[in-house]
Ligand binder design. Structure first.
Ligand code: TA6
Length: 439
């Protein structure tokens, strides 16, 4: 075989590419025309594999790092054609200084992509009735690329928390913070001269495609258990987000804006067009704004949550104020409905959705002699969670006894608090966290 790969544009080779993909996807695999021709070919970089001048394979790369349409004629499979095509794509991505790549692999081909370092992210999903897995590859130069584009000298810098997992480190006169680009997950916020306000487990796992136990996981577009086969708390907390902007805000604060758009793998889990942003502002307070934009022609409904893990001195000496006389659904008692009498205190597993509440919560931590205020907007429910001893044992990414030093007070729209986002409109939910020290 005399194999070579050429990089081409759709304008140059649309007939050749279309005929090859028609043979493999439409005729051989039965992919519907409407799914195959998605209107993105004109803006993609295409790659064609030739054997001694004969067209035998192709693939494409989109500007957002999405690799797709990998097709090889059946007579040329298992002969290294896919490998040659993927190597050409990776070369092009390096030259374009792309930070991370992703693809939706047919599950049977996942091993092939894993050999190139692609990691599976999230659960398997059907696409054209064929089982698929989303896989991501964070390029070597991702952190460097992020620093070139977004670093702010002395205030904001990207580092690698673990292989392929960039984290942004923010330093301001008031506080420092760390945020994982994967999941746009705030991991740390520490006011100057104070103990950390957020909690992360000592047993937390830093791995592509897996959320970190602690900080602020973003739960969207559902909260809690999903439909069968769909991940709990939605699909955005385990994926790489785009970094869209960084800058200096008011009062010496620093902000960073993360974003994510729908694609085939999200539409297979939740069939809507959206643009989701998280804007994190680090300063004397920590502000997190989650903005949902409906990019489609019909309204959609969401649940959502900023699933904040707080560091407390001792859960037995901690109370939550602000939920007095508020109704709640108790997950520990099969969502039985009850009313909060007085402050929330802890003497066992606690997992409650407080409903119809827009008030601030205050975590009163007697051991550390401090109060953490959790204010919010665009949210009408609050979740309070501590796994206690037994549930804690079920989490491989929690160390024994850690339940005593963490507490989740979550800014959410959960359960019946579904938010309807009309076509071409947006909805914003904000959590605003501040520390009040002393008695
Ligand atoms: O927000 C509380 C909760 O829904 C609990 O029921 C518990 O499952 C917790 O979230 C952690 O969920 P995770 O999927 O991160 O293990």
């Amino acid at each position: 075989m005399i194999l070579h790969v050429e990089t081409v544009s759709w304008a140059q080779q649309s007939d050749t590419l279309a005929s090859l993909r028609r043979t493999v996807f439409i005729e051989e695999q039965g992919v519907p025309e409407a799914l195959e021709w998605d209107g993105l070919d004109a803006v993609a970089t295409h790659f064609i594999a030739f054997d001694d001048g004969k067209v035998i394979g192709c693939t494409r790369l989109l500007a957002n790092g999405h690799i797709g349409r990998m097709a090889v004629l059946s007579a040329w499979r298992r002969k290294g054609v896919g490998q040659a095509l993927l190597n050409a794509v990776l070369d092009a991505a390096r030259h374009k200084n792309m930070g991370w790549l992703y693809l939706n692999a047919q599950t049977h081909a996942a091993g092939f992509y894993a050999r190139f370092g692609f990691q599976p992210v999230g659960a398997e999903f059907p696409d054209a009735d064929i089982p698929h897995l989303r896989m991501e590859l964070v390029m070597q130069q991702h952190t460097d690329m992020l620093n070139q584009q977004f670093a702010i000298a002395g205030k904001l810098e990207f580092v690698d928390a673990a292989a392929g997992l960039p984290v942004v480190e923010i330093t301001t006169p008031h506080a420092s913070a760390r945020i994982a680009v994967q999941g746009a997950q705030v991991l740390e916020w520490q006011p100057s001269g104070q103990l950390p306000v957020l909690w992360v487990s000592r047993a937390a796992v830093y791995q592509p495609g897996k959320g970190v136990r602690g900080g602020v996981p973003v739960c969207w577009p559902w909260f809690g258990a999903g439909e069968a086969g769909k991940p709990a708390h939605g699909f955005v907390r385990t994926r790489m987000w785009e970094v869209r902007e960084t800058g200096q805000g008011m009062a010496d604060s620093v902000f960073i804006r993360f974003g994510m758009k729908d694609d085939e793998s999200t539409r297979a889990l939740w069939n809507y067009a959206f643009d989701l942003e998280l804007i994190v502002t680090v300063g004397a307070a920590l502000k997190m704004e989650l903005v949902t934009r409906n990019k489609g022609a019909t309204a959609f409904e969401i649940n959502e949550g900023l699933h904040t893990y707080f560091h407390v001195g001792n859960i037995h000496q901690t109370q939550v104020l602000g939920l007095e006389n508020t109704e709640y659904l108790d997950k520990v008692r099969d969502f039985a409905c009850d009313t909060q009498i007085g402050a929330v205190s802890f003497n066992g597993e606690t997992d409650r959705v407080y409903i119809d509440t827009i008030t601030d919560c205050v975590i009163d931590d007697a051991k550390l002699n401090r109060k953490i205020r959790v204010a919010k907007s665009g949210s009408t429910s609050t979740v309070v969670w501590n796994p206690w001893t037994e549930k804690e044992k079920g989490f491989a990414d929690m160390a024994a006894g850690e339940y005593q030093e963490m507490l989740c007070v979550e800014t959410v729209n959960a359960g019946d608090a579904r938010v309807t986002v009309a076509a071409d409109t947006s909805h914003s939910m904000v959590a605003f966290i501040g520390l009040e020290t002393g008695g």
